[in-house]
Structures are given as C-alpha cells and as structure tokens.
Design a binder for this molecule. Sequence first.
Ligand SMILES: [Zn+2]
Length: 409
Amino acid sequence: MQLRFLGGASQVGSLGMVLTDNQNKVLFDYGMTPADPPEYPLPLPPGLDHAFFTHAHLDHVGTAPLLARTDAEVIATETTRRMAEIMLEDALKVARLEGYPSHYSAKDLRKLLGRMRGLEANETLRLNGSEVDLTPAGHIPGATMYLYRGSKDVLFTGDVQRIPSHLVGPSRMVPCDVLVMESTYAGREHPDRATTEAELVQAVEDVLDRGGRVVIPAFAMGRSQEIMMILAGRGLEIWMDGMARAVNEAYLKDHKGLRDHRAFKKALEEVNLVEGMHERFHVAHHADVVITPSGMLDGGPALYYMGSVARDPKSAVFLTGYQVDGSNGRSLVESGTITVGGVKLRPSCQIRSFDFSSHAGHSELLAMAHEAMPRKIVLMHGDKREILKQDLEREFDVITPQNAESIEI
Ligand SMILES: [Zn+2]
C-alpha cells in the first residue's frame, strides 16, 4: 500500500493525498491555498477510483472541481456537499474579481456538485475489495475522518478537534494500523475554551460600557456561527454580514450536521443580518457588535467595518481565528498596522486576539495517537511537524513525507 501527497504535506494549505493498493486508487482532499497568488496541489494522477473530502474549507476542497474531468466517484458528508457549493462558488467569484486565472471553470464546478455524493456522518461505503468508514472529526459541521479498510486500516484525519464547540461535538477516534494525522498546531496548546469564551464576553461588555463598538472578523463558515452562539442571549445587538449569511441558511436546513440545531436556531433568531449597502452604512456606525468575514481582514465587509472603528479608541477589533503569515490580521497583531487599497493604516481602536481554534492542540494530537494506537503515524498538514514527531517517536514509528514523495506503508 502506498501514500503520496499531492500537496499540503508540510504546510497548512493545498492538501491532497493519494492512497494506492492492489484494488483501488483513492484521493483524500484536494485543496488550494488562498494566498496572493493562490497555490495549488500537484496535478491529479490518472486512474482515480474515488475522491473523499473531509470538509469544505478551501485548503481541503478548493481544487475539487478538477475531478469533474475524471471518472472518480466524489464523496463527502451531506453537510460538506452543501458547504462546498457555497465555498467554491465564492472562490470562483473571488478569482474573477482579483484577476487570477482559476484552475477550473463554472462548468467544472456545476458538474462536480451534481456528482458529489453526500453520505451520513457514520456511514460505511463499500469499495472494490475494501470498505471506508466515516467517523466524526469535530472541527466544523460536516467534517469527517475516513478509515480506509483494505489490507491495512488507514485513518485520514483531515482537520480534527477533540474539544466540542457550540456548533459541533468532539472527534471520535478509531483504532487503525496507519494514522495519517494533521499537525497544524504541533508544538502549540490552546487555552481553556470556557475561559476564552468568558473573556470574549467580558471584553465585548467592557467596550460597550465605555461607549464603543465591536467588530469581530471571523471566517464565514463555522467561526462566525460559533461566535454568534457565544454572544447570543446576552441582550447585545449583534449583526452578521458577508458570506456567513449564506452559511447560516445552509446550517438552518441541516438538522443533522449541527451539535444542537435548536440552540443554533434560537441564537440566529436574535441576530440581525445586514442586507445591502445602505444598511451596512447604518450598522457600521450604530451596531454594538458586527461579526463579519474575512477572518484575516484580507477582504470582505470586515475591512469596511474596520474602517468605521479604526480611529475610535473606545471601539475594538477582536480577532477570533488563526492569522496566516502575510495577512492583514497577522500584521495587525504583530505591528499594529493593516494595508487597505495599498495604504498602510495604524488603527487606534483596541486590538485583541482570542483563540477559538477548531484544530486539536499539541497534547490533544498526542492523545489521539494514543487512542488510535497505530503501528505507523504519517504527519501532514503542518509546518512544525518535527516537534510532534519527537514526542510521538518514543512510542510510534513516525513518518514526515514531502509532497510528491511515494511512501510504502
Ligand atoms: Zn479546516
């Protein structure tokens, strides 16, 4: 049995892995990196039988439409299938607006979505001489791990989080021979989730008490809804803008994808949705709290709202997610500046970051390995894999492959 990474082996982005055995040739994830310019994985190999998608973040699903040009059967959970439609249509729009050539056409995308098969969260799929089980990955609604049961049992985690959130329950690890595990947070730990939630609520109340307004840049899929659920029910005037609104709609229809659909619905009923530019202007100058993409302040309505609070020391911008190197969010945290339309600004409002990561931290990754008790661990999807490798090597055989390298497992 062989594994080969088409991308994302040693970076958080553009993930793709091909598993080949005597019976099947299957792909797990096929993403892109929404950088400037965007990055893509290696081309698809010929003869793929199946392609499995763990979830609909762009670094896992962003190049999936190219599968429309192959005969592979395309599989995801039903929730991921719905989310992929929103994410990929938006990505195509963004590529057009920013003038980057897209790797796929609108026709490829339509064909892919028509062919993508949506499975239930705990289903088993029969392939030629083997089976594939789905097991929950936590992370975001719809995220799944895949256990390929052939001559060896190989578990591909995608992105994984063991700690439950308001939106999704924890991951459920299963025993396997080979564990192919993400390592985004190798070497780093997260603070206690309940404490961070209480700190965010207190920080928002402090800003409002002093007469300011709060802008919360958040990723449209998952993080925006999680922040909404934390802040709802406290008498705050909360607004949401951008693509998060389309995701809300999709989650609302998806009774099985969420941990507590009723709680989500209740929170959503308390939130106001921004409709149109006129309302956006009003909200920017009057709302208590606005939750809006992009989460890294690299585009979307977040920049508009940022502009409305930037010169007000009473107001605040609270970042809620990972800020990649080179993003406005990272620059804001590290040097207190952002660049909008080529102009560098130094906002005088309060800037603070909160860690609501939907990835497992270092000790959770170690705990997952102990639950799975594999013979071999393949670390992927992280730029600090060596730190995790050192800890795991005391008990396990650990491999850190590079892109394009074929490894025998
Ligand atoms: Zn993800």
